[in-house]
Design a protein around this ligand. Structure first.
Ligand SMILES: N[C@@H](CCC(=O)N[C@@H](CS)C(=O)NCC(=O)O)C(=O)O
Length: 244
């Protein structure tokens, strides 16, 4: 299996985690935002329409999106199920809440990277030679503008993104009052996806997702992290127990 992914993206982390959980070995290919789209189109044999990562290639099959990849992993792999039977609707609802959080996070992170030259430098792919990194970083604004257009967040303010984020965070807090697992009595994909959705409050330890110091700064929102410290404690525990 080949997973086209972005190593710092929570959506890609969901796919990696589900594949790892089900003991499915896979090669990871780092996607370069916007510039890598042509390769994705060739791989997915899709000349038209929006294409994103994570994208999984398994033989003749091309599986698009984190949720579909996690379901595919459940069918193909071994290990404890992540999708308890009869709970599809609940998982779908958490997926929507989690996506709302990661979308809000993407807006906040993009704005922070645009204001942080070191963050821009760290976001340049590793294959770009050191001497060209400065020039490549100058293109960050163009890539950010194209991503904002592609995902419909051009002109959306931090205040709007934060309000959207708080809504999802409060929903998670309310659900965790009745137990540490969101769906059923055991660890499920709902826990996995909501744990990854808190990345933009404070990234998980480098042990799980290594990132540079400037990238960590851009992905941090200390005031939200303080307000929702209980959720981060839950997230860290879920990672410690289940992200092998
Ligand atoms: N709903 C999709 C979201 C995928 C998504 O938004 N991917 C973004 C962030 S990782 C992406 O591919 N960005 C780079 C690009 O569009 O070139 C999922 O669950 O996988």
């Amino acid at each position: 299996m080949r997973l086209y992914q972005m190593h710092s993206s929570p959506w890609s982390e969901r796919a990696r985690w589900a594949l790892d959980h089900h003991h499915l070995p896979h090669e990871r290919i780092e996607h370069v935002p916007i510039l890598g789209e042509l390769l994705l189109r060739i791989v997915a044999r899709r000349p038209l329409g929006k294409l994103s990562v994570p994208l999984l290639v398994d033989g003749d099959q091309v599986i698009l999106g984190s949720l579909a990849i996690a379901r595919h992993a459940e069918q193909k792999g071994s290990g404890e199920p992540l999708f308890p039977s009869g709970k599809d609707e609940a998982i779908e609802r958490w997926n929507q809440i989690g996506d709302g959080l990661v979308e809000a996070g993407r807006i906040l992170v993009t704005h922070k990277v645009l204001a942080d030259p070191e963050g821009q430098r760290e976001s340049i792919p590793a294959f770009v030679p050191e001497g060209f990194k400065g020039a490549a970083a100058a293109g960050t604004g163009i890539v950010a503008a194209l991503l904002a257009r592609k995902y419909g967040f051009a002109g959306v303010s931090d205040a709007t993104a934060r309000a959207q984020a708080r809504e999802g965070l409060l929903a998670l807090r309310a659900a965790l009052v009745s137990g540490r697992h969101l769906v059923g009595e055991r660890f499920s994909y709902a826990d996995l996806l909501m744990a990854t959705s808190l990345q933009f409050l404070r990234p998980v330890a480098d042990l799980y997702m290594p990132i540079g110091p400037a990238t960590r700064r851009c992905w941090s929102n200390p005031d939200l992290a303080e307000e929702f410290a209980d959720l981060l404690a839950w997230r860290d525990q879920i990672y410690a127990e289940h992200r092998k």
